[in-house]
Design a protein around this ligand. Structure first.
Ligand code: NAD
Ligand code: MG
Length: 410
């Protein structure tokens, strides 16, 4: 996190969006389009965009960006980065006239782009551990990083923070809860006494354990308040998303697990809260829409008009806060446990969860197997308290195969 506000000084701000075709990626493109209208002093330029599938969507992003990038020198189109090599090669063969210099192929092209001296800010919006290397590359190059990819902090929080300190990279949260906490923290000079993460409770907030054991994929994908990619939507249904966010908060704000709480707030209007020493609790509120935290990460310390929907204050608010039920949602216990012990635990939990969610999405395991499988893998790994990145990546591979072995999945 930045110690003190620094404003990107250049007039043209080159932004690289990693994972541009996803839910956060699409919202980021909207934010850049909006900024070019509301911030006449700067030119917010989409410098590059990556995708792992959907090459058509990537091309549309590029051509649409040219319509709101009018001040770009020579109207240079944004670079297209294909993290999947086959997709990139297929794209090049079907577009023989496209200048090769504007295309990058393979995961290494994302790393190079994240470190390109022309790039001012990187929005890390790839889903899962696949986003780790490119996010770390941006931090190593001392960029401003809008961090949506929470898995990077879960896997390697201490490594990330150490690197950011050395390079003066500015790590700004995009996750709505962490953005809320970051915003509220500016209301106090001391470290907060507690941070209170809010959780919508997901589609199974009122379901009992038996009902959850029979949950279908369709019901797990029906989130009541947020529209997101499939992996985080399933994480929200198990409340593993909140567990990952507890771990993310532990490293992002350098606070012990004991200073972090979770409350359920079904309306997703209060995005999180901070309690200070004097008992004052500050909350950040806005309708559930990711454009606001994304834009704030890009424009911080400034606030500009945002294209997010405004509050409808003509209706009763009916804001509710409920105690989180750790018995029905045991993922929360895993999150607090991992935030407490640190070390190798985050990498193992994250990998087991990614693998289990993939199996559930493929229809191979039951909904409740996800968290049970994660708990077993975590309990059976050889814990180390101060692992280097290479060890975390080794354990990531181990946890995936261990999860499959335990759940007897193919
Ligand atoms: P998504 O599935 O909608 O999009 C994921 C993006 O990552 C796509 O552009 C895809 O092409 C790319 N991608 C997928 N696999 C890849 C790989 N192996 N290598 C490189 N790129 C790959 O996901 P999302 O919902 O936008 O979430 C992205 C990240 O943001 C996640 O870490 C999620 O936890 C976090 N986040 C999302 C939201 C939200 O509202 N969607 C909110 C907070 C945090
Ligand atoms: Mg969140």
């Amino acid at each position: 996190m930045p110690d003190s506000p620094s404003e990107m000084s250049k007039t043209v701000r080159n932004v690289l969006v990693l994972g541009s075709t996803g839910s956060i990626g699409t919202a980021t493109i909207n934010v850049l389009r909006n900024l070019n209208q509301v911030d006449p002093e700067h030119h917010w330029r989409l410098w590059g965009a990556s995708a792992h599938s959907k090459s058509d969507a990537l091309i549309s992003i590029q051509s649409e960006a040219l319509t709101w990038n009018p001040h770009c020198a020579n109207k240079t189109p944004c670079r297209l980065l294909f993290s999947d090599k086959d997709l990139g090669n297929a794209f090049l063969s079907s577009h023989p006239h496209i200048p090769k210099a504007t295309v990058g192929i393979g995961p290494e092209s994302l790393i190079e782009a994240a470190q390109n001296p022309e790039v001012d800010a990187v929005v890390a919006a790839i889903v899962g551990r696949a986003g780790l290397e490119s996010t770390l590359a941006a931090i190593e190059a001392g960029k401003r990083v809008g961090l949506a990819n929470k898995e990077t902090m879960v896997v390697a929080g201490p490594v990330v923070q150490k690197m950011a300190k050395t390079t003066n990279a500015e790590l700004l949260p995009v996750d709505s809860e962490h953005s809320a906490i970051f915003q509220c923290m500016q209301g106090g000079t001391n470290r907060p006494k507690k941070i209170i993460l809010t959780a919508s409770g997901g589609p199974f907030r009122t379901w009992n354990k038996k009902e959850m054991s029979e949950a279908t994929l369709e019901s797990a994908l029906s989130h009541p308040t947020w529209e997101m990619g499939p992996k985080i939507t399933i994480d929200s249904a198990t409340m593993m998303n909140k567990a990952l966010e507890v771990i993310e908060a532990r490293w992002l704000f350098d606070l012990p697990a004991e200073s972090i709480e979770v409350v359920v707030h079904p309306q997703s209007i209060i995005h999180s809260m901070v309690e200070f020493e004097d008992g004052s609790v500050l909350a950040q509120m806005s309708p559930p829409d990711m454009q606001l935290p994304i834009q704030y990460a890009l424009t911080y310390p400034n606030r500009l008009p945002c294209d997010s929907p405004a509050f409808d204050r003509s209706q009763n608010w009916g804001l509710e806060l409920e105690v989180a039920d750790r018995e029905r949602f045991p993922a929360l216990n895993l999150g607090f446990e991992v935030a407490k012990v640190g070390g190798t635990a985050g990498a193992v939990l994250n990998a087991a969860n990614e693998e289990a969610v993939g199996l559930f999405l493929d229809g191979q395991i039951r909904f409740t197997d996800i968290v049970e499988g994660c708990r077993d893998v975590l309990a059976n790994h050889h814990f180390e308290s101060n692992p280097p990145l290479s060890r975390l990546l080794e354990l990531d591979r181990w946890a995936r195969s261990e999860l499959r072995r335990r759940l007897k999945a193919s």
